[in-house]
Design a protein around this ligand. Structure first.
Ligand SMILES: *Cc1c(COP(=O)(O)O)cnc(C)c1O
Length: 383
């Protein structure tokens, strides 16, 4: 058994030291006035980080809960939903949407490309009855970005509400609920914020609240409920269920760290690490998975596994040889894609150098033609 020395995969990420330390803070009772006011302060910090004008909402489980809750709460029985699928998360959201909607129409594109806002516009013209549009900003399994701002502008023009999965992009680049016209914007703690999986971070627009409150089928008194937690941030209101105090402590530390470093600085190091990764991989002789660099994510770099080489076997071997945990693809693309994550604490170019060196050495040993030296030099030069 090899020891994991560096976690450089597509998430969850290793924790910032401040976040790790916060898990040792006292866990107060949920009725403790100290905890009630602490929760309100953390919620305020989150609202500021999200740059939203409505108070943020925190759901008490990993980010996947927020996505399912968004479908359950916002989509009413009579709704037609437009689901945009450029990858596995987008495709998966369509299955949730189908549970709650009258009908789901979908635009699906190859998983190395992005959704074209013009196609969204055409679909909304053809189906003016579409009430909700859903999109994933960053398809983590394939490292591709969708143009959510443009898609959000189109949805807004047509009066449709927009659900954005920004779980692996928020806090790693300049993306926020209101600049993308998102009505429900879903983020998490375990990607670019450098925390552990445990909480869903939501921004909900006034329009979305009106629809949720009017939706008789929206869950309440349920783990899937968004509205149960609408007022939880108010110290005078209390909680519908027990909040995850240890995770709230960690979120507090992650948000403090994000604010202290400065969001622009955090985004910049994500972008420069991604650039180092792409330059290095290209010089090494590896191809990017996204069809164009313009849609390549600043938070995860997805590469094509060289012909005849199984990406899952490569990832296992990199860990065994070097103690470096990378990621393969997911689902049907599991064996075809190699991923280097650079989120939160590992979004420093030196991690790209390390990941590429370990990857290159292993690929070389497995018979691929790679130029490790050129890759490392190019990654260092780009950093
Ligand atoms: C990681 C991820 C999720 C799910 O987050 P969890 O913390 O695993 O629940 C959802 N969407 C995208 C795009 C992700 O990258």
């Amino acid at each position: 058994m090899s020891e994991t020395l560096f976690t450089l995969g597509a998430g969850p990420v290793d924790l910032y030291p401040e976040v790790r330390a916060a898990f040792t803070r006292p866990v107060l009772s949920d009725g403790d006035p100290g905890f009630l006011s602490f929760y309100e302060r953390v919620n305020d910090k989150l609202t500021r980080a999200l740059e939203c004008s409505t108070p943020a909402v925190i759901l008490q489980s990993e980010a996947i809960l927020g996505l399912e809750a968004a479908a359950a709460s916002l989509i009413a029985r009579g709704d037609v939903v437009l689901n945009l699928a450029s990858g596995i998360y987008g495709k998966g959201f369509g299955y949730w949407a189908a549970r709650y909607a009258k009908e789901v129409v979908e635009i699906e594109v190859p998983y190395d490309t992005a959704i074209d806002p013009a196609a969204v516009e055409a679909m909304l013209k053809k189906h003016p009855e579409i009430a909700v549009v859903s999109v994933v900003h960053h398809e983590t399994p394939t490292g591709t970005l969708n143009p959510v701002r443009e898609i959000g502008a189109v949805a807004r023009r047509h009066g449709a509400l927009l659900i954005v999965d920004a779980v692996s992009s928020f806090a790693g680049m300049d993306i926020h609920p209101e600049d993308s016209n998102a009505d429900i914007f879903v983020a998490g703690t375990a990607k670019c914020l450098g925390g552990a999986p445990g909480l869903t971070l939501l921004a909900v627009s006034d329009r979305a609240w009106a629809k949720i409150e009017a939706n008789k089928d929206a869950p309440f008194a349920s783990i899937l409920s968004i509205k149960d937690w609408r007022h939880a941030h108010r110290a005078d209101r209390g909680f519908p269920f027990t909040p995850l105090m240890a995770d709230m402590n960690a979120l507090d530390a992650a948000l403090d760290r994000y604010a202290a470093e400065g969001p622009e600085n955090v985004w910049r190091r994500h972008a420069s690490t991604a650039a180092a990764c792409r330059r290095g991989a290209a010089a090494m002789g590896l191809d990017l998975w996204p069809r164009s660099e313009a849609i390549a994510s600043p938070t995860v770099t997805a590469l094509k596994a060289p012909d005849g080489i199984d990406a899952e076997a490569v990832v296992a071997e990199v860990l065994r040889r070097h103690g470096v945990m990378l990621s393969a693809g997911s689902g049907e693309l599991a064996k075809k894609i190699l991923r280097i994550g650079h989120m939160g604490p590992t979004a420093h170019p030196i991690h790209a150098v390390l990941a590429l060196a370990a990857l290159g050495a292993t690929l070389g040993a497995m018979g691929a033609k790679v130029d490790i030296g050129a890759g490392v030099e190019a990654a260092l030069a780009a950093a």
